[in-house]
Ligand binder design. Structure first.
Ligand code: MRU
Length: 349
């Protein structure tokens, strides 16, 4: 399953707003179209929006090859800034744009626009292909934590649709299934945007991975019944002390896990780590249109004029996280010291 495809001249995005019923691809031939697709959640999920933004930069660069080197840089950097503003919480977006900017800055002042555009396209391709390899590594590392077949509960969508391929938390689940170490997946529907019901259930159905869809408020009941062996979720940003932002509802699951003595895992690539932030309190949390709470598929669920709040992410304190699973290994009991040791080990300090 793929939701993002670079043809060499346009970025094709599977419109995730219409899944699971309609599979419609949107062709973006300008950076503005990519920015709009990210804002509108045609494409969503931290690693997927990072790759999409990198291709947005590529599209702009390709349209400016006749410009002078200085005008080219100015225009491409302006578009990078615009793309960075599209969604605030997932740091992967900034990470990808930072990589693209570094490519531009490595060129001498008199480099031709065509040469810079070519290098930017190569970097975007690299970001996209690395993402799939990274997710496979996360899957391997995460699956090694489980010796026997398990029931996993997950939240939101962290699969092929949220990444360039395979997925992070859902990558671990995929790998467990491949290794016959997965009994079944409890899929939180993930109110209000229903990434679980619309997207995760769609991916798992397509691959015949056993799952059962539940309303978000069923998780506590299942844990009380002993029906959940572990929770695995993704992340949009991880602060220096291990505090983690992810889809709204994640924090509640972590609190429930602590009460029921169930391990709570976060699976994320290194591009989700924001070493510049001391704690989760510093992570910008996106709020979205309240109509996404009051309405479903264009139909009102609440009385006309009902006031609603749509906070799109929450922060799970590191003390509630059993381990963070990355492509470079596991951080057990994340806290300042274990995070710093990991950072040194992976050479990011
Ligand atoms: O608002 P979304 O759908 O972009 O939120 C997605 C999530 O919260 C995911 O859990 C996160 O981005 C990790 S995706 C591998």
């Amino acid at each position: 399953m793929k939701a993002i495809e670079w043809t060499g001249s346009v970025l094709r995005l599977l419109d995730q707003r219409l899944l699971p019923h309609d599979q419609v691809w949107i062709d973006c031939d300008r950076a503005e179209a990519v920015a709009k697709a990210i804002v509108d959640m045609v494409v969503r999920g931290a690693p997927a929006i990072a790759a999409a933004a990198a291709y947005g930069v590529t599209l702009e660069a390709r349209s400016q090859t006749a410009a002078s080197p200085a005008a080219f840089r100015q225009q491409v950097e302006a578009v990078m800034q615009q793309l960075e503003q599209t969604r605030p919480t997932a740091v992967n977006l900034k990470w990808a744009l930072h990589r693209m900017k570094a490519v531009l800055q490595a060129f001498p002042a008199d480099a031709t626009a065509a040469a810079m555009a070519h290098a930017l396209e190569q970097e975007a391709n690299q970001i996209a292909s690395e993402d799939v390899a990274t997710n496979r590594a996360i899957g391997e590392v995460g699956a090694a934590l489980f010796a026997n077949p398990v029931n996993i509960l997950t939240h939101c969508n962290t699969g092929s649709l949220a990444t360039v391929g395979y997925g992070t938390a859902l990558g671990v689940i995929r790998r467990l299934h491949e290794l016959r170490r997965l009994r079944m997946v409890w899929v939180d529907e993930t109110r209000p945007y229903l990434q679980g019901a619309r997207l995760t259930a769609f991916e798992l159905s397509a691959e015949q991975i056993p799952y059962r869809l539940i309303t978000d408020n069923t998780a506590a009941y299942l844990m009380q019944q002993g029906a959940v062996d572990a929770v695995i979720v993704g992340a949009d940003r991880i602060a220096r002390n291990g505090d983690t932002a992810n889809k709204i509802g994640t924090y509640g699951l972590a609190v429930l896990c602590q009460h029921h003595h169930i391990p709570f895992y976060v699976a994320a690539p290194l591009s989700t780590f924001d070493w510049s932030l001391a704690s989760g309190q510093d992570i910008p949390i996106e709020t979205r249109n309240a109509a996404e709470v009051t309405h479903l598929f264009g139909r009102a669920l609440a009385p006309t004029g009902a006031e609603a709040l749509h906070v799109a992410f929450d922060v799970t304190p590191h003390s509630l996280i059993t381990a963070i699973i990355t492509e470079a290994g596991v951080i057990e009991q994340p806290a300042l010291a274990s995070m710093q040791a990991f950072r040194r080990r992976v050479g990011e300090a």
